[in-house]
Write a protein that binds this ligand. Structure first.
Ligand code: 13P
Length: 340
C-alpha cells in the first residue's frame, strides 16, 4: 500500500457523519463489562454480543470502521460467516487492536508502559491477511501528584511511534492512542497541560520515526477535569480541547477520533458536538468510542438472544446521535425522540 492508499483509508474512517466503534475489549475488559450485567464471559457469549452489534441494520450510515480484538477477527457468526466479512459487506472497515496491554513501568511503579512491539511486524502481516486495514495501540498516562514523569511520556511515545511506523510499513493505518486518564481529582487546567505535553512528545517521536501524518489518525482523550473533581459543560471541554490540539497536532493529520474514557454516553456525544459546532478545524473531529457507543446496548441485551433487537436499537441510536455530533447537529431532542 502506498502513502496515498493509507491516506485514503484514514480519510474514509473519518468520512462525514461517521466514526469508529471500538469493540476491541481485551478478555479481561469484556469480562468486566459482562460482569456488570451478570453474564458469563465465554467465547459464545462474546461472539453473540459482537454479532448483535455488527449486524445492526443502518449502523453503517454512521460507523466507518470497527476495532476488533484478536479473538473476534478470527471469529464466525452463528451462521458461519466470518464477522470480518459481515462488516466488509456493509462497507465497514475492519481494524485490530495490536498492543498487548499497559504494564507497570520499571522504576516508576505508579505509571504504565504499553507492551507488544516484539513480533509486531509478523502479527501485522497476519492481521492484514485476515482483513484488517487499520490498527490501534493504546498508551495510558495517569495524572497524580508527581506524575506523569517525562520518563513515562518518553517511553510511551517512543513505543507508539515504533508501532505506527511498523503499521505504515505493512500498509495498515495506525491509530495512535495516548490516553490521559480521567481518574483523579485534578483540574481541567492540569489535564490541558498533561495532554499538551503528552501529544507534544508523541508527535516529536512520530516525526523522528518517519511516520507519515497523512496516513494515521490520532485517538486522544478530551481535555476534562478529573472525574472525582466535577463535570465541565460541553463548551468548556470543547474550547480547552481544541486549544490544546491547535498547539500540538499537525494539520497534516486527517482526523482526531476521540475515546470516551468513562464519560457518560450522552456526555461524550454532547462534548463532540460542541467541538464540531465551533466550526471547521484543520482535522476532522470524530469518535472512536467503546463504552459511549455500547453501554446502553449491553444493558438492553442482558446476554439473551431474545433481546437482540432491543440491543441493536440502543446501539443504532447512539451511532446516530454521534453521527449528528460530527456536524454539530446533535441536540437533546434527539435523545427523547428516537431513544430505544
Ligand atoms: P472508551 O471509549 O470506552 O474509552 O474505549 C475506547 C478505546 O478504544 C479505549 O482504548
Amino acid at each position: 500500500m502506498s502513502g496515498a492508499d493509507l491516506e485514503k483509508v484514514a480519510r474514509a474512517l473519518v468520512a462525514p457523519a461517521k466514526g469508529i466503534l471500538a469493540a476491541d475489549e481485551s478478555s479481561g475488559t469484556i469480562k468486566k463489562r459482562f460482569d456488570s450485567i451478570g453474564v458469563e464471559s465465554n467465547e459464545t457469549n462474546r461472539r453473540d454480543y459482537r454479532e448483535m452489534l455488527f449486524t445492526t441494520k443502518g449502523a453503517a450510515d454512521n460507523i466507518s470502521g470497527v476495532i476488533l480484538y484478536d479473538e473476534t477477527i478470527r471469529q464466525k457468526a452463528s451462521d458461519g460467516t466470518r464477522l470480518v466479512d459481515i462488516l466488509k459487506k456493509q462497507g465497514v472497515i475492519p481494524g485490530i487492536k495490536v498492543d498487548l496491554g499497559a504494564k507497570a513501568l520499571a522504576k516508576s511503579p505508579e505509571e504504565k508502559v504499553t507492551e507488544g512491539l516484539d513480533g509486531l511486524r509478523e502479527r501485522l502481516v497476519e492481521y492484514r491477511d485476515l482483513g484488517a486495514q487499520f490498527a490501534k495501540w493504546r498508551a495510558v498516562i495517569t495524572i497524580g501528584d508527581d506524575i506523569p514523569t517525562p520518563y513515562c511520556l518518553d517511553v510511551n511515545a517512543h513505543a507508539l511511534a515504533r508501532y505506527a511506523a511498523l503499521c505504515q510499513e505493512q500498509g495498515i493505518v495506525p491509530i495512535v492512542e495516548p490516553e490521559v486518564l480521567m481518574d483523579g481529582n485534578h483540574t481541567i487546567e492540569r489535564c490541558y497541560q498533561v495532554t499538551c505535553d503528552t501529544l507534544h512528545e508523541v508527535f516529536d517521536q512520530l516525526y523522528e520515526q518517519r511516520v507519515e501524518f497523512e496516513g494515521m489518525l490520532l485517538k486522544p482523550n478530551m481535555v476534562l477535569p478529573g472525574k472525582e473533581n466535577r463535570t465541565a459543560p460541553p463548551d468548556e471541554v470543547a474550547q480547552a480541547t481544541i486549544r490544546c490540539f491547535k498547539t500540538v497536532v499537525p494539520a497534516a493529520v486527517p482526523g482526531i477520533v476521540f475515546l470516551s474514557g468513562g464519560q457518560g454516553d450522552e456526555e461524550a456525544t454532547a462534548n463532540l458536538n460542541a467541538m464540531n459546532a465551533m466550526g471547521p478545524q484543520p482535522w476532522q473531529l470524530s469518535f472512536s468510542y467503546g463504552r459511549a457507543l455500547q453501554a446502553p446496548a449491553l444493558k438492553a441485551w442482558k446476554g439473551d438472544k431474545a433481546n437482540f433487537e432491543a440491543g441493536q436499537r440502543a446501539y443504532l441510536h447512539r451511532a446516530r446521535c454521534n453521527g449528528a455530533a460530527r456536524s454539530g447537529d446533535y441536540n437533546d431532542a434527539m435523545e427523547s425522540s428516537s431513544a430505544a
